[in-house]
Design a protein around this ligand. Structure first.
Ligand SMILES: [Zn+2]
Length: 386
């Protein structure tokens, strides 16, 4: 009997939570994945395919290099067997690895239960707080990459998600990167920053997620009167990056189920664990403590840059006043209160020796970073309603 060379599978694109029934064909050197209507979806060379953990007796595959979180599940045992033979992964080896992995899960689960019991008794630090130091930067980076892909996929505006990529936008992008470069150099964070101006014209906001992603929504650039205002807000966001606040929110949401899937090794694949927490993280408000810590970080960073450390309070306040004319998501996310302002203003004033962060020409260019080529208009649509 010859082994089957074609069968059915279930494909997960690694971006959305959608699963898709597909036809899988075993070619000479690759497996070819096609939609039910025959449209090609992907071609995975055998050498780049690996088995990822799945429920017993079920074959699930992904790419070795992690360039994509896409997964392919093969429910049919006979076809799965034929596929495994092509991949050249001996069963015994897979089983051994799988056993080792399951062993680790048991150990981790026992550890987690002990930790939970401890929390029940002591009651003080949150589970997220305990887990955060255990998360290696590589996991945080992967999480940030996943959130970023998710945002790109969810973006409904016209034109690319990021501004600064079209021809007329390049000088604005250069100015933006110059401003971010000054902040990044002074901050000297352990992660590399991935700053993005989001093509969202009306939302006055900025936020940071795991892995050094910093999103500045165009609405805020439009609203700001000088680069130092943006720098104060961005310095605050870098505080969230430095303190890993996004990762903490995620751990808070995903908790124990995250650990289990992390140990299983398929964290950012298809596990349902990821998608709802990604949403939760994007809509999460930081705690008051996190906000205060980010403010404190921002004042120090601005002082280091030779900028006014009180700018954080002054600009948030002035934006509050001006922002009350329209709606400002920034202020919804960062409620200003006297306590917060007082804490910032109580820090020693710095000597402003740094000079202007951008030249007037660069500032003008930055204001035009979301221009649609040809139209002369600033274009795009809201990416995020928050
Ligand atoms: Zn904040």
């Amino acid at each position: 009997m010859t082994a089957p060379t074609q069968g059915t599978g279930i494909f997960f694109d690694g971006v959305s939570a959608r699963q898709q029934a597909v036809t899988v064909t075993l070619d000479a050197d690759a497996l070819v994945i096609a939609a039910a209507d025959g449209a090609a979806i992907a071609r995975w060379p055998y050498a780049q395919v690996q088995r990822v953990p799945a429920a017993q007796h079920r074959l699930r595959l992904g790419l070795i290099d992690n360039s994509s979180s896409a997964r392919l599940a093969i429910p049919d045992a006979a076809f799965g067997g034929a596929l495994e033979e092509r991949l050249g992964v001996p069963d015994a080896e897979v089983d051994k690895r799988e056993r080792r992995r399951r062993h680790r899960v048991v150990e981790w689960t026992v550890g987690a239960v002990v930790a939970l019991l401890f929390l029940g008794i002591v009651g003080m630090p949150s589970l997220a707080e305990l887990l955060l130091p255990l998360m290696p930067p590589s996991v945080e980076q992967k999480f940030g990459d996943t959130v970023n892909r998710y945002q790109l996929a969810a973006f409904k505006g016209s034109g690319p998600f990021a501004c600064g990529v079209n021809d007329g936008e390049k000088p604005g992008q250069a100015a933006f990167l110059k401003l971010m470069g000054k902040l990044e150099a002074a901050a000297a964070l352990p992660v590399k920053l991935h700053p993005v101006v989001v093509r969202d014209l009306y939302t006055i906001n900025a936020f940071a997620t795991a892995g050094g992603y910093v999103y500045l929504l165009y609405g805020l650039i439009d609203f700001a009167e000088k680069p130092e205002e943006l720098a104060a807000v961005l310095a605050h966001e870098l505080g969230h990056v430095a303190h890993r606040d996004s990762m903490r929110s995620f751990l808070h949401e995903a908790g124990l189920s995250f650990i289990v899937s992390a140990v299983l090794g398929d964290v950012f694949g298809t596990s349902a664990v990821v998608f709802s927490p990604v949403n939760a993280v994007l809509s999460a408000r930081h705690t008051r403590r996190e906000e205060a810590a980010a403010d404190a970080y921002a004042t120090q960073l601005l002082r280091k840059m030779g900028q006014d450390p009180h700018a954080v309070a002054i600009y948030f306040e002035s934006m509050l006043r001006r922002g009350s004319l329209g709606s400002s998501a920034l202020l919804a996310d960062h409620p200003t209160n006297q306590e917060r302002m007082d804490a910032i203003l109580a820090t020693p004033p710095g000597e402003v020796t740094g000079g202007p962060l951008l030249t007037p020409e660069e500032w003008t260019a930055l204001k035009l970073i979301c221009v649609v080529p040809g139209s002369g208009d600033v274009g795009g649509q809201a990416a995020r309603s928050k």
